[in-house]
Design a protein around this ligand. Structure first.
Ligand code: NDP
Length: 234
């Protein structure tokens, strides 16, 4: 059965691969963008997830065009890396406001309609770094670890209503976010990953569509790594 799916930050990178995977299986897919427009075949809504009014307007537009959001993929995220001693209040707040609070805003807006429908899937795109930590990533790791507590609290609140909230935690994926890493850093990462390579965004998308499927109805409050074994044990 076709569903209405919203992927925040689905205009590029991992989010776009996720959006395309849902579209390929016949779902109605909306993506947010901040001015770039939507890629062909996807319904685009302009939305900065740090602005609650824009979040509300985007959901209203999607509800009008495609129906209430049944599957929410909170994927939009940023990094702003620097060592703890150099990290400003602003750098910390901006990353947390986007990655964590932005996810809260879209979850809250989506959940009232999911409750009414007595069905819903919320999937947070976290990171291996959320639980593993990363030098220079105090802000990013804190925001990504926060998504685990968010998903698990939502699971306890809404789990009895056929609503699942899960976290997918990618390792290092070939996107613009990792393209900016130096070759030396990329080689270091590859050495640390048991799989011995980075992953493609499609490998993340395949897990996300599974978690959203009926087959995954009993997976709730889970953290599912897609990291080639990098974070094993957390
Ligand atoms: P990209 O940098 O390629 O894309 C980021 C996306 O987030 C863009 O669509 C961007 O929109 C959107 N975005 C950022 N800020 C906002 C905002 N305030 N409001 C709305 N949209 C926003 O990232 P990736 O595709 O690599 O990453 C996607 C997710 O996966 C992120 O949450 C990231 O933390 C996570 N991740 C990535 C890994 C990797 O190796 N790449 C590894 C682990 C996790 P716009 O086009 O408008 O800028």
């Amino acid at each position: 059965m076709a569903r209405t799916v919203l992927v925040t930050g689905g205009n590029r990178g991992i989010g776009l691969a996720i959006a395309r995977a849902f579209a390929e299986q016949g779902d109605r897919v909306a993506v947010t963008h901040r001015g770039s427009g939507a890629p062909e075949g996807l319904f685009g809504v302009q939305c900065d997830i740090t602005d609650p009014a824009q979040v509300d307007a985007a959901f209203t537009e999607i509800e009008k065009e495609l129906g209430p959001v049944e599957v929410l993929v909170a994927n939009a995220g940023i990094t702003d890396d620097t060592l703890l001693l150099r990290m400003s209040e602003e750098q910390f707040e901006r990353v947390v406001d986007t990655n964590l609070k932005g996810s809260f805003r879209v979850s809250k807006r989506a959940s009232s309609k999911m409750l009414r429908a007595k069905w819903g899937r919320i999937i947070y795109i976290s990171s291996v770094v959320g639980l593993y930590g990363g030098p220079g990533q105090v802000n990013y790791a804190a925001s990504k670890a926060g998504l685990v507590g968010m998903a698990r609290s939502i699971t306890r609140e809404l789990g009895s209503r056929n609503i699942t909230a899960n976290v997918v935690a990618p390792g290092f994926i070939e996107t613009e976010m990792t393209a900016v890493l130096s070759e030396a850093r990329q080689a270091e990462i590859i050495k640390a990953v048991p799989a011995g390579r980075l992953a493609s965004a499609d490998e993340v998308a395949a897990v996300v569509t599974f978690v959203a499927s009926d087959a995954a109805a009993y997976i709730n409050g889970a953290v599912i790594p897609v990291d080639g074994g990098l974070g094993m044990g957390h």
